[in-house]
Design a protein around this ligand. Structure first.
Ligand code: ADP
Ligand code: MG
Length: 292
């Protein structure tokens, strides 16, 4: 039967917005020494904004933004919302699109007046940008923005830089986790330079340009690494990251407390505060000390 100390710890956790799925999950959290974090929406606020834009040839900036926004209306990806919001803020009339579809982990495509347009990551869309565009993409990524290209019939007509900032409490929370002997690792689908910059800012390891299935492979590698002791935790938003939350030894969903998060994770941090992940570890360790 569950020791009284565990039952009362679980109840206390719930009162402060930490939903833990049971005694075994509570104990496992305290033993974690490697904690993997999704970047977008977990380490960052997940609300990117349009930071910069470049066009090729005689294309006007608003025309490019209108085309990109029209395509992005078909998905709720955080980057898509940023593009649509930027167009709305300028009261742009969006062109009519047909045959729209999302390209998983890469972007979106659709037709305007029968011509195929795409918006998304240059690397994922398998295009070779001109040196001018390539330099611009590199500069934007070096500055920490996610840069996406806009294509008309496979020709680059412009690019957009979208900037998402780290959560205000991210750096302090990761420092506290490290003080508790936990090694934080960033897992992201975003570009190498963007990940490198933010990981440097936050003081953590990083793995970038990961497709959703790559995240599972990295988690398996972390688990099989003999230098890493204890269970591997994954912290994510619970919607995009459900498979990774499930596949980690300990899945921690941050924010929302949606049904999907509750189902996939071992613990849910209800308020999307990274400092609450630290509180979760501390509570678990305190409970382990009492029952051992
Ligand atoms: P993350 O793991 O950081 O949440 P995703 O797997 O969702 O990233 O996307 C990976 C990359 O694919 C993004 O960084 C972006 O370059 C591109 N991408 C995906 N969806 C879109 C979209 N709707 N619009 C533009 N770019 C996109
Ligand atoms: Mg994500």
């Amino acid at each position: 039967s569950t020791p009284a100390a565990v039952t009362s710890a679980l109840a206390r956790a719930t009162r402060i917005g930490l939903l833990v799925k049971g005694g075994a999950a509570l104990e496992a959290i305290g033993a974690v020494r490697t904690m993997a974090f999704d970047k977008t929406g977990t380490l960052t606020e997940g609300k990117p904004k349009l930071a910069s834009l470049i066009t090729v040839g005689d294309m006007a900036e608003d025309q490019l933004l209108g085309i990109a926004a029209a395509l992005e209306t078909v998905t709720s990806h955080p980057l898509a919302k940023a593009v649509v919001t930027a167009a709305q803020d300028k009261n742009l009339d969006l062109p009519v699109i047909t045959d729209a579809r999302t390209i998983a982990g890469a972007g979106v495509e659709a037709r305007i007046d029968g011509i195929l347009y795409r918006v998304g990551a240059a690397k994922r869309l398998d295009i070779d940008p001109t040196p001018e565009i390539a330099d611009w993409l590199t500069a934007q990524e070096g500055a920490g923005s996610t840069a996406v290209v806009v294509l008309k019939d496979n020709v680059v007509i412009g690019a957009l830089a979208l900037r998402d900032v780290a959560r205000a409490d991210a750096k302090a929370a990761l420092a506290k986790l490290k003080a508790l002997g936990i090694n934080p690792v960033m897992l992201t689908g975003d570009a190498m330079l963007v990940a490198k910059r933010m990981a440097g800012e936050l003081g953590m390891e990083y793995h970038a340009q990961l497709l959703p299935e790559d995240k599972l492979n990295v988690l398996a590698e972390l688990r099989n690494d003999p230098d890493r002791k204890g269970p591997i935790a994954m912290v994510g938003d619970g919607i995009n990251d459900a498979p990774a939350l499930k596949s980690a030894d300990v899945g921690i969903a941050i924010g929302g407390g949606t049904d999907i998060a509750l189902e996939a994770a071992d613990a849910v941090v209800v308020k999307d505060r990274l400092s609450d992940v630290v509180n979760l570890v501390k509570l678990s360790r305190a409970t382990r000390r009492v029952i051992r």
